[in-house]
Ligand binder design. Structure first.
Ligand code: ATP
Ligand code: MG
Length: 653
C-alpha cells in the first residue's frame, strides 16, 4: 500500500462572518449537513429533485440514473430539454430587461446586454447556422476572442443541438487544426482579429493556416465576425457574421434534445499530456453548472458576478456561458488581460461595475501580487462579498493576500477544486457554512462523494495522502472522450479501482476536520528517501518566503535518495544571476528545511522570469521534469504559452 506524506503545516481557519452567514442560501453547518445527509440517504432522489427544481424540461424524465453500461453512465435519459431555452427563454417573461452581460472590451468600453437582447442575438445567429445547413449533432469549432459573440455562438449551437468545441483564441494553427480534425467540425466560427492588451490577435489568419495545412475536409464554412477595423481577406469558404444573419428572424424554435445529447466537446488544457476531447451532456452538465453556481457562489439575484476565465476553458463554459445564464444572473464578460492598460485593471473594473462575486485563478493572483501588492487599496472594493479561485492549488500566502487585501477580511474565499471532466465545482466551501483554511478546497458540495484512496482503492487514514476519487457518478461528469471510449475507461475508471470510482488524477490528503488538501497531480508525487511528497506543499513553503512570487517543484533521479527535489523559482524582484543567485538559492534551501524539514529541501534551485505555463495559466511540470533531468524536450508543447522561458530555466543557480 502506498500513501503520500503531508508536510504542510497550515493551522489558520476562518469561519464565515455573521453578516454573510445570516444571508446565505445554505446558512450554517447544520444546514449543510442536512443537505449532505439527504444526498447520502437518497442519492438519486436528491439529484432528481434538483433537476426538477433548477431545469425546465420539454418532456419530463422518468428515469433518473442508468448505470447498466458503466462507466458510460446516463442521467435523466428519457427527458427532453434545450440548454439555450434554460439559459434565455425562461427568463424573458419576468426578467427580459435584466442585464445578462456587462461586456467590457479590451480598450475599456462597457456595454450592458439585457436577457432579451441576448436571446434575440442568439436566435438570429442560430438561424444563420441553420441556413448553412448545421443540424443537430454537427460539430462547430469556435475560435473567438473573449467577446459576447463567443457566448452567442455557443448558445446558438446549444439552441439547435449542434455540438460546440471552443478552442482558446491563443492556440496556434497546429493546435487548432488537431482539434478541428479530431472533432470533425463542419463549421468554424472566428473573428477577423481579437484584441488583447492593446494588441491585435490574427484569428482569421490562423484559421486559414490551420485549414490550408490540409486534413480538415469536414469544414464547409468559416463564419467571420468583424471585431476590429483590420482588413482581413475573405475567401470562398468564408462568410461574414453580419452578412449571414442580416434580416434573419429574432426568434428560433429551440431543438429539443435528449438529456444526454452532447452539448459540447472541450479539450483539456494538456498539463499532463495530449489533450483529451471531453464530451459533456446537456441536462446533467447544465444541472451541475447551475446548482454549483448557486451554491458555491451563494448566488443572489442582485449579484454582479465576474469570472475572469476565457470561454476557451471549462471555467468559462460553466461559470460564464452556462451556470450564470441558467440562473438568470448578471455578469461581467471581459475581453482583455489583467495587466492592460496597467496592473490595476481588475481592481478598477470591480469598482466600476460594483462586482459582488469575483472568480479568478491562483496564477493571476500571484502575478498581481508581484506587480503591485498594494494596488487594490487604491480602489473601492466594498461591493465584493465573495472571492473564488480555481485552476491550481492556491498557496496559503497568496490566499491570505486575496483574503485580506482584496476581500478586506470580509469575503469568504471559495477555493473550488474541479476539472474539465467534472463539468462543475466538486470540492469547495459552502460559503455560508464551511469555515475556510488557506490552501484547502475544504469539503465536497452536497451530493459529491469525494474520497481519498490508496492504490488498491481502499480508503487511506486521515492525514495520509492518496488518490482523489469520486465514488459515485454524478450528473455533470464527462460522458466519454470524443472518439476514444477506450482511453476514457482506462484513464478515469481503471481496473485497479474495480472500474467503480472516478479517478481524478490528483493526489490529496484530508486533515482531522475532514478537509481536502490537493497535493498535486498523481504524476507529480516525489519519492525522496522513501518519503512520498506532493509538489504543492514544497511550492507553498517557497511562496511563503517574502522574496518569492511563484515556484514549481519537480523531482530528478538521485543515486542515494531515489529522487531529489528541484525547484524553479520566480522572485518578486528581478531574476538573479551569478553570485547573487547562488546566495538566494542557499537562503531558500535553508528556508524550506526550516519550514517543512530537511527531506523537502531542494538540491537544486533555478531562477526564471516566469515558469512554463499552459495557456490557461497552469504550470507545466512535465516540461520542468525534463529540464531537471537535463533531457531534451520532446513532448507536446502545443499548449505552452511561453516556450522562450525554457532556456532560462536550464541554467543552474
Ligand atoms: P490535462 O488533463 O490535459 O493534463 P488539466 O488537468 O490541466 O489538463 P483542467 O481540467 O483545466 O486541465 O484542470 C483540472 C486540474 O486543475 C485538476 O485536476 C487539478 O490538478 C487542478 N485544479 C483545478 N482547481 C484546483 C483547485 N482549486 N485546487 C487545486 N488544484 C486544482
Ligand atoms: Mg486533467
Amino acid at each position: 500500500m502506498s500513501t503520500i506524506e503531508s508536510v504542510l503545516k497550515e493551522t489558520r481557519s476562518f469561519a464565515p462572518i455573521d453578516a454573510f452567514r445570516q444571508n446565505a442560501t445554505l446558512s450554517g453547518m447544520e444546514a449543510y449537513n442536512t443537505v449532505c445527509e439527504r444526498a447520502n440517504n437518497d442519492y438519486e432522489g436528491f439529484w432528481a429533485d434538483l433537476a426538477r427544481e433548477l431545469l425546465s424540461w420539454h418532456k419530463p424524465f422518468t428515469r433518473t440514473f442508468d448505470g447498466s453500461n458503466a462507466p458510460f453512465f446516463k442521467w435523466f435519459d428519457d427527458g427532453l430539454l434545450n440548454v439555450s431555452y434554460n439559459c434565455l427563454d425562461r427568463h424573458l417573461d419576468q426578467h427580459g430587461d435584466k442585464t445578462a452581460i456587462i461586456f467590457e472590451s479590451d480598450d475599456g468600453q462597457s456595454t450592458p446586454i439585457s436577457y432579451r437582447s441576448l436571446y434575440e442575438q442568439v436566435c438570429q445567429f442560430a438561424n444563420g447556422l441553420k441556413k448553412l445547413g448545421v443540424e443537430k449533432g454537427d460539430r462547430v469549432v469556435i475560435y473567438m476572442p473573449m467577446t459576447v459573440q463567443a457566448v452567442i455562438a455557443m448558445q446558438a449551437c446549444a439552441r439547435i443541438g449542434a455540438i460546440h468545441s471552443v478552442v482558446f483564441g491563443g492556440f496556434s494553427a497546429g493546435a487548432l487544426r488537431d482539434r478541428i480534425i479530431d472533432a470533425g467540425a463542419k463549421i468554424v466560427i472566428t473573428a477577423n482579429e481579437g484584441m488583447r492588451g492593446g494588441k491585435t490577435v490574427p484569428l482569421k489568419a490562423t484559421v486559414d493556416e490551420a485549414l490550408d495545412a490540409g486534413g480538415c475536409d469536414s469544414v464547409e464554412k468559416v463564419i467571420v465576425q468583424k471585431r476590429t477595423a483590420g482588413n482581413t481577406p475573405m475567401g470562398a469558404r468564408d462568410i461574414g457574421w453580419d452578412e449571414l444573419t442580416a434580416g434573419l428572424p429574432l426568434d428560433c424554435e429551440p431543438t429539443w434534445v435528449e438529456a444526454d445529447h452532447p452539448l459540447f466537446i472541450l479539450y483539456t488544457s494538456g498539463s499532463t499530456g495530449k489533450p483529451k476531447g471531453i464530451q459533456h451532456s446537456s441536462a446533467g452538465y447544465l444541472l451541475g453548472a447551475a446548482n454549483s453556481f448557486r451554491w458555491a457562489f451563494d448566488y443572489k439575484p442582485d449579484d454582479v458576478f465576474w469570472c475572469t476565465a476565457d470561454v476557451g476553458w471549462i471555467t468559462g463554459h460553466t461559470y460564464i456561458c452556462y451556470g450564470p445564464l441558467a440562473m438568470g444572473a448578471t455578469q461581467v464578460v471581459f475581453e482583455g488581460v489583467p495587466t492592460y492598460p496597467d496592473a490595476s485593471r481588475f481592481w478598477s473594473m470591480i469598482e466600476r461595475h460594483k462586482v459582488t462575486t469575483f472568480y479568478t485563478a491562483p496564477t493571476a493572483i500571484r502575478s498581481l501580487i508581484k506587480l503591485g501588492a498594494d494596488l487594490p487599496k487604491q480602489f473601492d472594493l466594498s461591493s465584493l462579498r465573495l472571492l473564488g479561485t480555481v485552476g491550481e492549488p492556491i498557496n496559503p500566502e497568496a490566499w491570505m493576500w486575496y483574503y485580506e487585501v482584496v476581500g478586506g477580511g470580509r469575503c469568504p474565499i471559495v477555493d473550488t477544486w474541479w476539472q474539465t471532466e467534472t463539468g462543475s465545482a466538486m470540492i469547495a466551501p459552502m460559503p455560508g457554512a464551511v469555515a475556510t483554511k488557506p490552501g484547502s478546497c475544504t469539503l465536497p458540495l452536497p451530493g459529491i462523494m469525494a474520497d481519498i484512496v490508496d492504490e488498491s482503492g481502499a480508503p487511506v487514514e486521515l492525514g495520509n495522502g492518496g488518490f482523489l476519487v469520486i465514488k459515485r457518478p454524478f450528473p455533470s461528469l464527462v460522458r466519454t472522450i470524443w472518439n476514444d471510449a477506450d482511453r476514457f475507461r482506462k484513464t478515469y475508471f481503471p481496473d485497479e479501482f474495480n472500474g467503480q470510482y472516478y479517478l481524478a488524477g490528483d493526489s490529496a490528503h484530508r486533515d482531522e476536520d475532514g478537509y481536502f488538501w490537493i497535493m498535486g497531480r498523481i504524476d507529480d508525487v516525489l519519492n525522496v528517501s522513501g518519503h512520498r511528497l506532493g509538489t504543492m506543499e514544497i511550492e507553498s513553503a517557497l511562496v511563503a518566503n517574502p522574496l518569492v512570487a511563484e515556484a514549481a517543484v519537480v523531482g530528478k533521479p538521485h543515486e542515494v535518495k531515489g529522487e531529489a527535489v528541484v525547484a524553479f523559482v520566480v522572485l518578486k524582484g528581478p531574476r538573479p544571476t551569478g553570485e547573487e543567485a547562488r546566495k538566494i538559492a542557499a537562503e531558500l534551501k535553508s528556508w524550506v528545511a526550516h519550514e517543512i524539514g530537511k527531506i523537502a529541501q531542494p538540491d537544486d534551485i533555478r531562477f526564471g522570469e516566469n515558469l512554463p505555463k499552459t495557456r490557461s495559466g497552469k504550470i507545466m511540470r512535465r516540461l520542468l521534469r525534463s529540464i531537471a533531468k537535463g533531457e531534451e524536450i520532446t513532448q507536446d508543447t502545443s499548449t505552452l504559452e511561453n516556450p522562450q522561458i525554457l532556456d532560462q530555466l536550464q541554467e543552474p543557480a
